[in-house]
Design a binder for this molecule. Sequence first.
Ligand SMILES: Cc1ncc(COP(=O)(O)O)c(C=O)c1O
Length: 366
Amino acid sequence: MTRTYNFCAGPAAVPTPVLERAREELLDYQDRGLSVMEMSHRSPEFVAIAETAEADFRALLQVPDNYKVLFLQGGASAQFAMLPYNLLGNGGTPNYLYTGIWGKKAIAEARHLGGAHIAASSEANGLTAVPRPQDIQLSADAAYLHYTDNETIGGLAFDYIPESVPGRSEEVPLCCDMSSSILSAPLDVSRFGVIYAGAQKNIGPAGLTMVIVRDDLLDRAKPETPTMFNYRVMAENGSMYNTPPTYGWYLAGLVFDWLKNDIGGLDAMTAINDRKASRLYGAIDASGFYSNPIAPLNRSRMNVPFVLADESLNAMFLEEAEAAGLLNLKGHRSVGGMRASLYNAVSEAAVEALVDFMSDFEKRHG
Ligand SMILES: Cc1ncc(COP(=O)(O)O)c(C=O)c1O
């Protein structure tokens, strides 16, 4: 069997050793005679899997004790609504930074619940650079400040944490969609109120959503918050108010174990991610044939969009790439062009193969 190189933006590549271990354990988990998929979420076996996964996730990100880690369903899109439900109980206006398509969707959900203030936007620069701290204008009654750390479609990433912005006090928690950047580098969680991420990019399978929420924010839910959307209910029930996504939770645990023990933690991971991104951006910049529109400071290390000088060659590029075992390089349908996602599970060898292919394609068609 040959594994291809998968540059999909999500559901994305999963580390091969993780899939191998899942395969080994699929039918018979640790001599229990059944699959993790078939276990009760209340069984001692599954509770041990769940607790180990949480402990490893906390260790990787050094999550402080005054934060809860939740393993939920509904994707990051459910968090777009869950966040305002949970943080607007004391009133105030949610504030948002708009830097791309995902941020826009988050803003739309806040508007369903009454409104949102756009504290800064990248619209004027065509979503190619994030706002600078001095350009962020919070509303006087800001309930929280939300931003998208890495805009997966545009390939636009924050180069800083928008914490010290004019007029922001500790009363205005920073909330962040880290769907496509979580665990790609070490992070100081203590600077945030809420962090959330769909798992299907840097963690594992679709169907699992990670939430990190500071304890003092568990008392701010709007009274009409649906039970399944309530962070406090989920926290008090260890994310098992109802049946959790057990197999996704287990696979995420295998990925955390791989990150800790095979890779050596997030310092090692970020060094690898830096090398991969530099290699690809370097090749794009050195060519006269490929280009990336994002301001260098805000180029995403996880999602690298690029276009060909001659767009009529797009279909041929994708066809030849696929024949060479390089999959899912087509850009998002809303922006076109190409996009290579370089999440943790995408190896340096994969990036090397992509760069070689791009160079060869340019020689033949450029
Ligand atoms: C940054 C970001 N936020 C939110 C989402 C939506 O995630 P989900 O499909 O898990 O709802 C995505 C999906 O690609 C994303 O990249």
